[in-house]
Design a protein around this ligand. Structure first.
Ligand code: DAH
Length: 357
């Protein structure tokens, strides 16, 4: 009597299950796959041997073998899913970037980190000086109507003083002419109008920002440049207050050995008006080419607010008085850092810019 090819089936099944359980990694399991459930598995060998059986035995044996195969395949699938999950978790762990472990300087070392440009840095320093003196910092638009840039500042349309500012016109149309502001003075008008509307006088503000003039750039001029405007409207303000603020600012920003002086000048929006000059920072007052041997460098304009300006914004000039000043931020940077040619400020040559990091 021949023994059934399936006589050892349960042993084979137990062996296969053990083999599945012994695979500790997904790779081990997959390497073994042909021997467990594939063509090289004992189950396939047994399958072939069934052909030698008598038909009635074959049916029964086939069903048993099929059951056994299903069990093995299921055990294989369960193990496979488990090992895949473990592999995925391991991969995730390996891929995780723990920023705490990264030494920042190693990551950044090959990159050069930017820093504020010299004009922006100068603007901030100037703001700090004025904030320390009790001023607020305000902003104004760079595109202005003719009214704000000129008329409210007592510069009527045909006035010869318009020649002081070479203007970029955005729109010459009716009803309003629109310009790129030629100075920060129009922001004074906005501030005074707001203060009147909100009943919020007095005003102590500085207003830094970009300005535009149809100038050909040279060593001391740019077509796009920056000014900082100052405005004080309060009761009992005198020219001495103005002179004191200018002198205090000059010492605070340029140093104790640099002073200021005021010289009579004309501006339509102030009366009296003055130009203010500071000790030449190149020669410290001895006289050099930069200051044309005078020992002084002109920085900006200033004066007591003109009654016509108060009238334009609706401030009672009998109750309130005030002063204003305006000067170039780029010029300050140039003077403080002794930059021979102002065009270097806009050339974006990193060899120049890096010196001010
Ligand atoms: N806005 C003038 C300019 O750009 C500078 C100036 C002069 C501003 C006198 C003032 C001032 O506030 O009172 O040429």
């Amino acid at each position: 009597m021949t023994t059934s090819p399936l006589a050892e089936l349960s042993t084979h099944v137990a062996d296969l299950i053990a083999r599945i359980e012994q695979a500790l990694t997904l790779a081990d399991l997959l390497v073994d796959e042909p021997f467990i459930v594939g063509k090289r598995s004992i189950l396939s060998t047994l399958q072939k041997s069934l052909g030698a059986l008598a038909p009635e035995e074959r049916k029964d044996a086939g069903a048993r073998l099929q059951d056994a195969r299903r069990g093995i395949e299921e055990a294989f699938a369960v193990r496979r899913a488990l090992l895949e999950e473990e592999a995925r978790a391991e991969q995730l762990e390996a891929d995780r970037l723990d920023l705490g472990d990264v030494v920042i300087s190693q990551v950044l070392a090959p990159l050069s980190v930017g820093h504020p440009g010299i004009v922006a840095a100068t603007q901030r320093q100037l703001e700090d000086v004025f904030v320390a003196m009790g001023f607020n910092v305000s902003d104004g638009p760079e595109v202005e109507s003719d009214w704000y840039n000129f008329e409210a500042l007592n510069i009527p349309p045909a006035h010869p003083a318009r020649g002081m500012w070479d203007t970029f016109y955005v729109d010459l149309g009716e009803p309003e002419t629109v310009v790129l502001r030629t100075h920060t003075s129009p922001t004074q008008i906005h501030l005074m109008e707001q203060a009147v509307a909100q009943d919020a006088l007095p005003i102590h503000s500085v207003m830094p920002g970009r300005c535009y003039r149809r100038d050909t750039p040279d060593a001391r001029h740019l077509a796009t440049f920056h000014q900082i405007e100052g405005l004080v409207v309060d009761r009992g303000i005198s020219f001495a207050d103005l002179a004191g603020v200018i002198e205090t600012f000059t010492h605070a920003y340029f140093g104790a050995d640099i002073s200021s002086r005021l010289r009579p000048a004309f501006f339509p929006f102030t009366e009296p008006s003055a130009e203010f000059e500071i000790t030449c920072t190149i020669c410290r007052g001895d006289g050099c080419r930069t200051c044309s041997q005078t020992g002084w460098i002109e920085l900006g304009g200033c004066g007591m607010l003109d009654p016509a300006v108060f009238e334009a914004v609706g401030i009672d000039g009998d109750e309130w008085s005030g002063f204003a000043f305006g000067f170039g931020i780029d010029r300050c940077a140039q003077m403080r850092h002794q930059i021979a040619d102002m065009r270097a400020l806009i050339d974006n040559d990193v060899r120049f810019l890096r010196q001010f990091s």
